[in-house]
Design a protein around this ligand. Sequence first.
Ligand SMILES: NC(=O)c1ccc[n+]([C@@H]2O[C@H](COP(=O)([O-])OP(=O)(O)OC[C@H]3O[C@@H](n4cnc5c(N)ncnc54)[C@H](O)[C@@H]3O)[C@@H](O)[C@H]2O)c1
Length: 412
Amino acid sequence: MKELRIGIIGTGMISGRHMTVWSNIPGTSVVAACDIDEKKVQDFGEKYHIPKENLYTDFRQMLKRDDLDCIDVCVHNNLHTPVSVAVMKAGFPCYSEKPMAATYADAKILYDAQKTYQQKLAVQISSIYNLQTRLAKKLIEEGKLGKLYHARSVGHRREGRPGLDMPFFSRDFISKKIGGHGPLCDLGIYHLAQMLYIMGMPELESVYGVSSADYYLDKRMLPKGLAYEVEDLSAGLARFKGGISLDIYEDWAMHIDDVGSSFIAGSLGGLKLIDVDQTGGDLARPKGGGMIIGGGMVQKPTLEFYGYEEGIMVSKVIDCQLNGRKEAMVNPRISLYNDNQVHWAAYVRGDLDDKDRIDSPYIAMQTALLSEGIFLSQELGRSVSAGEIIEKSVSMAVRKQETPWGIIEYDF
Ligand SMILES: NC(=O)c1ccc[n+]([C@@H]2O[C@H](COP(=O)([O-])OP(=O)(O)OC[C@H]3O[C@@H](n4cnc5c(N)ncnc54)[C@H](O)[C@@H]3O)[C@@H](O)[C@H]2O)c1
């Protein structure tokens, strides 16, 4: 197998998790890296044994290399579109972190760039690469839930605003200019994207939503001297063609212990999704064990089925780990669907074609449409149609970036 030579852009927190996963995928190696912060990229090079001559502070210089097969983009939200479009324009396949972008307008620009520059693109959405998601999809496709009519997408932290209550996370998460939005553009995308994908990507009709930063804005709760510019709660209700609705709840902080789990309800049965994956599973675990970078311990996504069997109401736990091991024995190729980066590497190599791969850019773009509907509805104080969200979406992507060594102007 020919080695896949990867260049990485952005050597902050999440790049460490990407590196763990790359080190667990045979036939891949990260051979070049870039960060606008010289010390960061030098430290990264030292830690991961990347020669000094392959380290850059300007990614445009790195993209002049002719020995890279693809680029892994680990910069922050409002930089995903500018940097990832530049990557594809320079002739490289691109794997970009989540969210695809903080706005629908930017997600669409990135989506369209695949076609314009004839390059492959994927967006990190770890929640759709596991058996919890596959089994839920399969049960629905086999009709076990009957007609779907309502689903719920949920994410909650008692107090976990990145960069504020969790100071080891980048403060860019809570900056409007770079992060764009709060929890819905962070963990929310894992929950929303998973729901849309499981439900078969229903077409959005309209959204009613609210967002708030009231937890933060109460001065008695406010850590001194820290600027916080995004929401700490977003909630909403979306309607889709075909009569399906989805209620959405996503916070980074709330004085409440538990807000329940995501679920999907149909006329014949319901599925509850416990411990939705947002860490990337086993390959993200550092060799020798320990915490997953940025995500804590490995999660154990589980499904619960509620319905009738022979006239009796049943509640069943579906052990996704156990079923996953069995699935892997019967179909070794399924491993290509158990991790974002494995899936991406197989797609770049041509082991997965457009028909067989999970279309993460499309899923991520539809997720951006839905989350932006909630922000727009909050702004206008009424429900908004999908057409209106598309029409009113305004780019937040960075066009001119000040760096420690000068200015990068983006053209996209
Ligand atoms: N931290 C996590 O646990 C986590 C988990 C999943 C996904 N993500 C996503 O990953 C992205 C990055 O998050 P992070 O926590 O690693 O942030 P971070 O701030 O730690 O890292 C981003 C890095 O990008 C660098 N950078 C900025 N502009 C650049 C440019 N033009 N060229 C090269 N480097 C540039 C910054 O200097 C910084 O080192 C975000 O979009 C986030 O949503 C983060």
